[in-house]
Design a protein around this ligand. Structure first.
Ligand SMILES: Nc1ncnc2c1ncn2[C@@H]1O[C@H](COP(=O)(O)OP(=O)(O)OP(=O)(O)O)[C@@H](O)[C@H]1O
Ligand SMILES: [Mg+2]
Length: 238
């Protein structure tokens, strides 16, 4: 069963530059997908179209409620950390007591509870990134859209969070679209990697990640993905 189906999506911010052209793709329930591709190719735009933030796309999108963590920090400066995390629950008029308990559990797990009543200005970039990540994770939506969620973190925190994310995704039975520039991260976290290799994006070059991939296979795959990002690979439109 598919949790998301996008058919023939065409989009441009203005008439001159088309970002997506007739792009179709789907995500199966439980799938963990990464999207990789050069800077400025349109990865964030794809997520904005899926969430409805960018409205003027042509084509069809079939999906349920999504949780979205944007690339830039979107914490409101006048709300404390806990109240920022609870904002989506407030907007959707969910049970706030339950949401607060959940938020506190996640803050403790990510060692940020000491900052629950501080304001965003008191936190580092990486801490704010983890707060936005918690905000995307705590609701009940099955599909998570994460736009470079770990880009501001040091490599040790990043590796810890990658492992923690994988464990929680399977516990919570979520599906995910994860944008990253880090191919190792994409291989570690995904079942399938979608590579944007041409402009405008009209298809993805797809790579399936075998469940118990060994280091030799990983290296080979990494090379092929890099080639595809640079548009050097010879492949058929799929
Ligand atoms: N609001 C906007 N108005 C006009 N053009 C935009 C807007 N947002 C993005 N663009 C342009 O659309 C293209 C795709 O941008 P997008 O942010 O989707 O790229 P990206 O693949 O996410 O890049 P990065 O890896 O650097 O985050 C870029 O050329 C960008 O300049
Ligand atoms: Mg982006």
């Amino acid at each position: 069963m598919n949790i998301l189906e996008a058919k023939n999506i065409t989009f441009s911010y203005d008439d001159d530059s088309i970002i997506l052209k007739n792009l179709s793709f789907h995500i199966k329930k439980g799938e963990l997908i990464s999207i990789v591709g050069g800077s400025g190719c349109g990865k964030s735009t794809i997520l904005k179209i899926l969430t409805g933030i960018e409205k003027n796309s042509q084509g069809n999108i079939n999906t349920n409620d999504l949780s979205y963590m944007p690339q830039s920090d979107t914490l409101l400066p006048w709300r404390n950390i806990l109240d920022n995390i609870l904002l989506p629950a407030e907007i959707k008029k969910e049970n706030l007591k339950k949401a607060k308990e959940k938020a506190i559990t996640y803050l403790k797990r990510l060692e940020l509870f000491d900052y629950a009543y501080n304001f965003p200005k008191d936190l580092s970039g990486g801490m704010k990134q983890r707060i936005c990540f918690i905000r995307a994770l705590i609701n009940d939506n099955e599909l998570l859209l994460l736009d470079e969620p770990f880009s501001a973190l040091d490599s040790i925190t990043r590796e810890d969070l990658q492992k923690w994310l994988l464990k929680n995704l399977s516990l919570l039975k979520k599906s995910m679209i994860f944008i990253t520039h880090d191919i190792d991260e994409a291989i570690f976290l995904s079942n399938r990697i979608l590579v944007c290799s041409e402009k405008p994006i009209s298809f993805f070059k797809e790579f399936n990640i075998p469940p118990n991939i060994n280091s030799e296979q990983k290296l080979q795959l990494k090379k092929e993905i890099l080639k595809a990002i640079k548009g050097e690979a010879s492949y058929e439109k799929n």
